[in-house]
Design a protein around this ligand. Structure first.
Ligand code: HEC
Length: 139
């Protein structure tokens, strides 16, 4: 029996391995990280201050499409990425411009810099505005 069907066990073991690895990469083993951005909060900011709200929303769209993968939903960071949620906009903008300039920042500069190089000044302002609104400490 085992001689003939050992490959089934192998396939199941590999499938489980792929499943748990993907799960860990995508939401760090935490289902909370599968949630979308805090749209209610963005809407609140838009109602209070439309100009800032527009930046925050544009920043959110960019963040969700690129940055979230590594810095996570609320910017709390991951095993290999720093927490950025809640940092002042000016700080985030400054750091993004540093990476964009090609400067060596931390030991993992090469992981971050290619993303910054794709950003316009406008993107950077929007991302600063959005990241500042993030909670950062919890997924
Ligand atoms: C492939 C993963 C990855 C992606 C995607 C990514 N980052 Fe990063 N980010 C990193 C890593 C790793 C670092 C730390 C690099 C170092 O050692 O200097 C970092 C650093 C930063 C820092 C500096 C944090 C600090 O306090 O030192 C900011 C701000 C930042 N990222 C914002 C962003 C934004 C905004 C985006 C989306 C445009 C983004 N990152 C996309 C991996 C990533």
């Amino acid at each position: 029996m085992l001689r003939k069907y050992w490959w089934i066990l192998l396939v199941v073991a590999v499938a489980l391995g792929v499943h748990f690895t993907a799960q860990n990469i995508i939401h760090h083993g935490d289902p909370e990280n599968l949630k979308g951005p805090d749209l209610a909060k963005v809407a609140r900011i838009e109602a209070e201050d439309p100009a800032r709200g527009a930046r925050v929303r544009a920043g959110m769209e960019k963040y969700e499409s690129i940055c979230r993968l590594c810095h996570h939903r609320t910017g709390h960071g991951g095993k290999f990425t720093p927490a950025i949620g809640g940092r002042p906009a000016a700080y985030v903008e400054h750091m993004l411009k540093l990476y964009r300039s090609g400067a060596k920042v931390g030991p993992m500069t090469n992981l971050m810099a290619p993303w910054a190089k794709e950003l316009t000044d406008e993107d950077i302002r929007n991302l600063g505005a959005y990241v500042e609104t993030l909670a950062g400490t919890k997924p």
